[in-house]
Ligand binder design. Structure first.
Ligand code: SF4
Length: 461
């Protein structure tokens, strides 16, 4: 964010608050008053990391923020972002926040070491900062050169003392949007819901392969690579907030369309359509409207379950899904239910939901999923599971149905999902569904998350 006359730290705090769903492991912020960059970060949720006192110390008119969801590196303080480097040979410093995951991390780390640089943490993001710091040109030149050798998914916000940059990989796997404050300031954020919360008007997306810079000279654009758009289609299914706009359409509308198409593709006779929060209810409403079966609330979410520092005991583990969801018994008792959810990863959570609904009195449970079966892991920023852990990697739909204990199970087809977005098929990454990875992945991708950590020091996030 670049915004003279604004309390940038507070605006970024609220922006991060709106983006909390994208990462709950750590939060951080870097702010500059034009002369000095100050960074504050810690593990925990945005509201656990920041308070009036530390926000007051982050004084300035330029800043970036980050909420961390680990894809490379353990969940530790060192791996929280923004990453920071002072750059003596340029007489400035760099702070960087990264959304996504690189796929040529080891090659890049070797390049840092060959240039006598050091990597301060075990994240791919810190490698980008190290490469930028060891470049001998200006930060703008460094960004162009470094961005063109990164592979994988990267939506970046980068700053020095005076300028904020937004960078998006040539495939534009993760979103990145630009907004304008009424006071004239500029905002760059992962989702448009963060623009809304700070009162910024959406201007446009940062294009795949583009670097934008904002400072006292306004907004400038530089192209570092030919765009080959492959937006993550899972952003529509699960990741993005429903009130965010992706490619000109709200995620809410797309999810509703997914539900309607699912009703066409997989009809079933039932009394009530319910959705599994957070994403399911909107799609369930679409399914209900298209099928003519009434929609109702059947599962209530405890909204304040997030990251907790309480170690799970056996009793807490047995509570399982009930920590997050509670059935509305009166609404579902004696009913044949259609239950709409976004995806099935390992299958254990879905199995618990089906069991809980039956215990609450549902006579039939028909599960409808608004995405195709997830058969392949993601290497571009979603730490879903390994291929072995994905239930659909080696089980057919009827076998999965048996495992989760539903009366029937049906998934939205890939053409149906693409149709719901209203965009052409070739503009998306869909690799977790069809195994076609649009960006090169390492030959042995199994250890990508901990690729920079020596084995004895690894700790599971
Ligand atoms: Fe998105 Fe799936 Fe592609 Fe990962 S593999 S970027 S989750 S579509």
């Amino acid at each position: 964010m670049w915004a003279p006359d604004e309390d940038v730290a507070k605006l970024i705090f609220f922006g991060l608050y709106a983006l909390q769903h994208r990462g709950q492991e750590a939060a951080g912020m870097a702010v500059s008053d034009g002369h000095r960059v100050v960074v504050y970060k810690d593990t925990g949720l945005v509201a656990q990391v920041f308070n009036e006192t530390n926000l007051a110390a982050l004084d300035g008119h330029i800043g970036i923020g980050h909420t961390r969801y680990s894809t490379t590196g353990s969940s530790t303080w060192e791996n929280a972002q923004p990453t920071f480097r002072s750059v003596p040979h340029r007489n400035d410093s760099i702070a960087l926040g990264h959304n996504g995951n690189l796929t040529n991390t080891l090659e890049l780390a070797q390049k840092v070491h060959r240039g006598n640089g050091h990597i301060g943490s075990t994240t791919d993001s810190d490698i980008i900062t190290a490469l930028l710091a060891q470049h001998t040109g200006t930060l703008e030149e460094a960004l162009k050169d470094v961005a063109s050798i990164l592979e994988g998914a990267f939506s970046l916000v980068v700053m020095d003392e005076t300028t904020v940059y937004g960078v998006r990989d040539p495939a534009g796997v993760r979103p990145l949007s630009i907004g304008r404050l009424t006071s004239g300031g500029w905002v760059i954020a992962s989702e448009t819901c963060a623009l809304d919360i700070v009162g910024a008007q959406f201007v446009r997306d940062v294009e795949p392969g583009e670097i934008v810079a904002v400072d006292e000279h306004g907004l400038r654009s530089m192209i570092f690579a030919k765009p080959e758009p492959k937006l993550c289609i899972f952003e529509y299914v699960y990741l993005s907030r429903p009130d965010s706009v992706l490619e000109g359409k709200t995620v809410h509308d797309t999810r509703r369309a997914m539900g309607a198409i699912l009703a066409e593709e997989a009809p079933v006779s039932a009394d009530l359509v319910i959705g599994v929060p957070d994403t399911g209810p909107v799609a369930a409403a679409g399914y209900a409207e298209a099928s003519g079966i009434p929609y109702g609330e059947g599962l209530i979410k405890n909204r304040y379950v997030g990251r907790t520092f309480i170690q799970p005991t056996q009793t807490l583990r047995q509570m399982g899904i009930r920590l997050k969801l509670n059935p509305l018994k009166e609404a579902i008792k004696g009913k044949r239910l259609i239950v709409v959810d976004d995806s099935i990863v390992r299958g254990n959570t879905t199995r618990q939901i089906v069991k809980m609904l039956r215990e609450a009195g549902a006579t039939e449970v028909h599960l409808r999923i608004t995405s195709p079966p997830i058969r392949w892991p993601c290497y571009y920023g979603i730490d879903m599971a390994t291929r072995q852990e994905l239930i659909a990697s080696d089980l057919e739909v009827d076998e999965i149905c048996q495992f989760i204990g539903a009366d029937s199970l049906a998934y939205l087809t890939l053409p149906g999902l693409v149709r719901a977005t209203g965009k052409p098929n070739e503009g998306f990454c869909r690799a977790c569904f069809d195994g076609v990875y649009p960006i090169r992945i390492p030959e042995d991708p199994g250890q990508m998350k901990f690729i920079l950590e020596p084995a004895p020091q690894r700790s599971e996030a």
